[in-house]
Design a protein around this ligand. Structure first.
Ligand code: ADE
Length: 224
């Protein structure tokens, strides 16, 4: 899989890809992540990528020209399954959507900023809009990092034990069961006996029951 992220603030999004699981996934060549500085595709002086909104109003709007140039440049090298625009107006991201996106080969993720992007980009270049929640961020960068993280960790080989992505919360519309590590007794706070029993079937049953219970208590709408 290749993920190309277009942003006018590259430094804002570099860090999540430089550590831990996302870095190892790239080191193992399981995914390529390229971050593109929109200002490198500016067509005006001073690497300008935004301008005032027609009709007035506060806030700058990202211009179509640099975005179109960048997307066309990328498309001249490979085909993309999706051009995703991160936006609070988009489809709400959930595990099901992430699972589907993890099957794609190449995707572009476009980060908005300021007041938004010229509507013509959305009409003519963007194939899908995704929101990470019903709240507004200052820009699409953090949202793009969230999306890329949730997709990359699903790629085969990224997690050392492949089943661990399958046992994530939400994979079966259930919340994950509680987990514990040593010590078995911390000042009287004890780990449930069943987890110390070594009896795999009982442990599986207990975990499933805990998942159901937690989902009922915390996220009952997932069971509907
Ligand atoms: N950009 C600003 N807010 C956002 C959100 N909630 N989801 C995705 N992109 C965004």
């Amino acid at each position: 899989m290749q993920i190309d992220i277009i942003t006018c603030l590259p430094s804002l999004i570099e860090s999540p890809f430089s550590h831990s699981i996302l870095k190892r996934a790239q080191d193992k060549d399981l995914v390529k992540v390229h971050i593109h500085d929109l200002r490198d595709y500016a067509t005006k002086k001073h690497r300008q990528v935004d301008d005032y909104a027609y009709g007035g109003g506060a806030g700058m709007v990202l211009m179509i020209e640099p975005i179109a140039r960048c997307i066309e440049h990328l498309k001249s090298h490979r085909q993309y399954d999706e051009v995703i625009y991160m936006s609070p107006d988009g489809t709400l991201l959930n595990q099901n959507l992430a699972n589907g996106l993890s099957l794609l080969k190449n995707m572009i993720i476009l980060c908005g900023h300021y007041k938004g992007i010229d509507e013509r980009v959305r009409e003519h270049f963007v194939t899908r809009e995704i929101s990470i929640g019903n709240y507004v961020l200052s820009g699409g960068e953090l949202a793009a990092a969230v999306l890329a993280d949730t997709v990359i960790r699903l790629l085969p080989g990224v997690l050392s034990d492949e089943t661990s992505a399958l046992s994530d919360s939400f994979q079966d519309d259930l919340i994950a069961p509680p987990v514990y590590t040593r010590p078995a007794d911390f000042q009287g706070f004890k780990v449930p006996d069943v987890l110390l029993s070594g009896h795999e079937a009982n442990i599986d049953t207990w975990r499933h029951e805990q998942s159901l219970l937690r989902t009922q208590q915390r996220r009952p709408e997932l069971l509907e």
